[in-house]
Ligand binder design. Structure first.
Ligand SMILES: Nc1ncnc2c1ncn2[C@@H]1O[C@H](COP(=O)(O)OP(=O)(O)O)[C@@H](O)[C@H]1O
Ligand SMILES: [Mg+2]
Length: 400
């Protein structure tokens, strides 16, 4: 059972197969539609951790299951990449077979497998090189190119060249599709030149997952073990996840283990509580480090409470909250009324460099809005608050 539990949930890696992929049917359908139309390209954007890479991976898997579907390839950008290096990565993934005529009296044709990358010129790659190669391969196969973590491509010139490439491919109806995937609130942030290709570029927004979609993650995973979960335990997991599937995987997996360890196939609220403690201990090192940086202090101790209240504050669609939204959760935590002047300074400090800028500050003075720089920190501070006894699950439920 422990082996099955390990395979049922993947808190640290994207979902690859259709059977463990939950929800997101609209987005998947949009991608598959775009992948089969000439002249259409797309941008998939949203917060960190909402499931963009999983969507791209599953779309690749689905396409791979059909012989006559387009060939899908994926490449990741990192901070050292530019336009040329990204295309070298992408085109290394595209292979084709070339026949080489033999020599001699009775020449035999030989087939060799090559990558499109080997057809690129030395040095820098231009949009025209890309168009030429994608057109050539397009005579036999439509290629869909996923460029993931596009936000990590730092230089503006490279991004502009991607916009140019999309424009060229779509003007000339080359049978190839480019799908850019990255962290952003809007398409502008990823690709400022998108207006020039507006008609050819579909925008696919990935919002946080709904409680129903998160519940589906739990159910799909448990079905493979198989185990059951009661409604209260499941809704406790989805509430703590705040729309971020990473935590659904993490808590559901630990809770399933806790139930298995006590010899049961039925996960209860008790197992979820155990799981929260485990999840706090096993959280990503970077998250724990950020938490310490934000809250450590020689004298003052209110930082942990303010950060926890921020995690519990109700937010708008983009994850922003105002100082006024922190008042109620903080008063609940402190069991005493706290007004804005008592913690405004803390909010400010949490958005400064010294405390690792855990909060992003936006808007105008007196109307500042804040949000967690790393969305994954918010569920962590709440789980930590629960594990440390700073708040109870009853209080949490009351506030939500
Ligand atoms: N539709 C989904 N169904 C099930 N699990 C998902 C889904 N989308 C994302 N996940 C899980 O959520 C976590 C983050 O997903 P990921 O695709 O890496 O997000 P992003 O690329 O947006 O940062 C991973 O653990 C992944 O397994
Ligand atoms: Mg990703």
């Amino acid at each position: 059972m422990l082996v099955r539990i390990a395979a049922a949930f993947s808190p640290a890696s994207p979902v690859t197969g259709r059977d463990l992929f939950a929800g997101r049917l609209d987005q998947l359908q949009d991608l598959l539609d775009i992948a089969s139309q000439r002249g259409q390209h797309a941008v998939v954007y949203g917060e960190r951790g909402v499931g963009k890479t999983s969507l791209a991976t599953v779309a690749t898997t689905v396409l791979g299951a059909f012989d006559d579907a387009p060939m899908a390839v994926r490449a990741n950008c990192d901070g050292t990449d530019d336009y040329s290096s990204v295309w070298r990565k992408v085109l290394t993934e595209v292979t084709f077979v070339r026949e080489i005529r033999g020599t001699g009296f009775r020449p035999e044709a030989k087939k060799v497998s090559k990558t499109l990358e080997s057809e690129l010129p030395e040095g820098t790659v231009s949009p025209n090189d890309v168009r030429r190669l994608l057109t050539a391969i397009g005579r036999t196969r439509h290629v869909v190119v996923f460029v993931d973590e596009f936000d990590r491509l730092e230089d503006d010139e490279s991004r502009r060249l991607f916009a140019d490439t999309i424009k060229t491919l779509s003007d000339q109806l080359v049978p190839a599709t480019i799908i850019l995937v990255g962290v952003a609130d809007n398409v502008d942030e990823l690709i400022a030149e998108h207006q020039s290709v507006e008609r050819a570029l579909a925008q696919i927004h990935m919002p946080r997952m709904s409680p129903a979609e998160l519940r589906e993650i739990i159910d799909r995973g448990l079905k493979t073990i198989p185990m059951n979960i009661n409604a209260d335990a499941a809704s406790s997991i989805t509430r703590l996840s705040q729309g971020l599937p990473h935590y659904t995987h993490l808590i559901a997996q630990s809770a399933a283990r806790a139930a298995a360890m006590r010899g049961s196939r039925d996960i209860s609220v008790r197992d979820v509580n155990t799981a929260v403690g485990v999840a706090v201990k096993k959280a990503q090192e970077s998250i724990v480090k950020t938490y310490h940086e934000a809250t450590s202090s020689s004298r003052e101790t209110l930082y942990e409470e303010v950060l926890l209240a921020c995690g519990m504050a109700s937010t708008d669609e983009l994850g922003y909250f105002a100082a006024a939204d922190v008042r109620r959760p903080l008063s609940t935590i402190m069991r005493k009324r706290y007004d804005i002047p008592a913690f405004a300074r803390h909010l400010n400090a949490l958005s400064e460099k010294e405390r690792g800028m855990v909060l992003q500050k936006a808007g105008l003075p007196r109307r500042f809005r804040y949000r967690f720089n790393n969305p994954l920190l918010a569920p962590y501070v709440i789980m930590r608050g629960l594990a440390d006894g700073r708040i109870s699950s009853a209080q949490l439920e009351q506030l939500s």
